[in-house]
Design a protein around this ligand. Structure first.
Ligand code: FES
Length: 361
């Protein structure tokens, strides 16, 4: 029988108790009993590991009471200890926000040079403990729920839109929902059986899975019309998550009705956007280091200089890499915007130097 701390949890969470327990705080004592027993640090136990496709692993996590939950479409920073170092990545739960119990489901797709995704594929096991950040992100279902909705995903972008579909089901949504998923091959399709099961149980849900390298087409107005039973796209709301090309295509189809599109991309910013590297020097003030400007984002250049800045998504979403720039000009590779204010916060993972830069790092 696991120790129960439900009653004194509020007391343990108080800053007075934390203070009285000295520099280590209450969680450092509780984690000696069980690593996920902490009351201030949100953690989760991996309770199941399942392989859906050769390149993906689906995890069921049981968060502790310190984690405050999520809304469908949001993402969560997950910290995983690898060889004594905590690595953080962002993942979107694929389960309903109204699921029974507290468990959440994440699917991690392996990237060939991804340290964390390879670790999850090869070494993460049931019983392991991971760290959780609060749910974040504005990729959310509108309220009131739209009566006609099309959910579109590419690759691992399926998880937040599947969470939306499952959430709508749990809410008894009685409108029409179309669900279309794009992957390179049929072997890469995620959650095929689960989505088909939903469509079989609910005739108002239409489903299409497309293998783009096996003869499946790209998204266009005709494909959307077909999924909407012949209706014009403007008659529906669209929720899309995937690579930038997919999002651009969807925005093009809904041109003139952009307020009916919610979108999120999970693809790192393209190096091509950053253009040629500027000349100058990067100064890392807190660590008294300097380096000539090279290629890549400020996060990559700081790492190349031997620093270990905090990061999560590496694509401008989670803000974990936010750092104070004391001087100099940087360009945001997502927006192209140049910022040259002194003492401003920038996101290292989506900023490139546009000349000499001094960072409080
Ligand atoms: S690491 Fe997430 S915004 Fe930079």
């Amino acid at each position: 029988m696991l120790p129960t701390i439900a009653a004194p949890r509020r007391l343990l969470r108080s800053s007075l108790v934390d203070l009285l327990l000295g520099p280590h705080g209450v969680d450092r004592y509780l984690e000696l009993i069980r690593p996920d027993l902490t009351v201030l640090d949100a953690r989760a136990e991996v309770v199941a590991v399942r392989r859906q496709t050769p390149r993906s692993v689906t995890l069921t996590l049981r968060p502790n009471g310190a984690w405050s939950g999520f809304s469908a479409g949001q993402f969560v920073r997950v910290g995983i200890e690898i060889d004594g170092v905590r690595r953080t990545r962002t993942y979107s739960p694929a389960c309903s926000e109204h699921r029974a119990g507290r468990a959440i489901e994440l699917t991690v797709t392996e990237h060939p040079d991804g340290l964390v995704s390879r670790h999850v594929q090869q070494r993460l096991h049931a019983g392991a403990i991971v760290h959780l950040g609060p749910a974040q992100g504005a990729f959310l279902l509108p309220r009131p729920r739209p009566s006609r909705l099309i959910l579109i995903s590419g690759g691992s972008g399926i998880t937040p839109v599947l969470s939306m579909l499952r959430t709508l089901r749990d809410e008894g949504h009685d409108g029409e929902v179309a669900f279309v998923h794009y992957a390179r091959t049929a072997a890469d399709w995620l959650y095929r059986a689960e989505v088909r099961e939903i469509a079989v149980a609910d005739p108002s849900v239409r489903v299409a899975y497309v293998a783009t390298r096996e003869g499946g087409g790209r998204i266009d107005k005709d494909a959307v019309r077909l999924l909407l039973g012949g209706s014009h796209p403007g008659a529906a709301y669209a929720g899309v998550c995937g690579p930038p090309g997919l999002i651009e295509a969807v925005r093009g189809i809904w041109r003139g009705a952009s307020e009916q599109v919610i979108a999120e991309t999970f693809t790192p910013p393209s190096r091509a956007v950053s253009g040629a590297a500027a000349d100058g020097t990067l100064r890392f003030l807190n660590s008294a280091r300097a380096a000539a400007i090279g290629d890549g984002t400020l996060l990559e250049q700081a790492e190349a200089a031997g620093l270990s800045p905090a990061f999560g998504c590496r694509m401008g979403i989670c803000h974990t890499c936010t750092c104070r720039k004391s001087a100099g000009a940087v360009r945001n590779v997502l927006t192209g915007e140049l910022s040259d204010e002194e003492d401003e916060d920038i996101q290292l993972c989506v900023s490139v130097p546009a000349g000499d830069v001094a960072l409080e790092l």
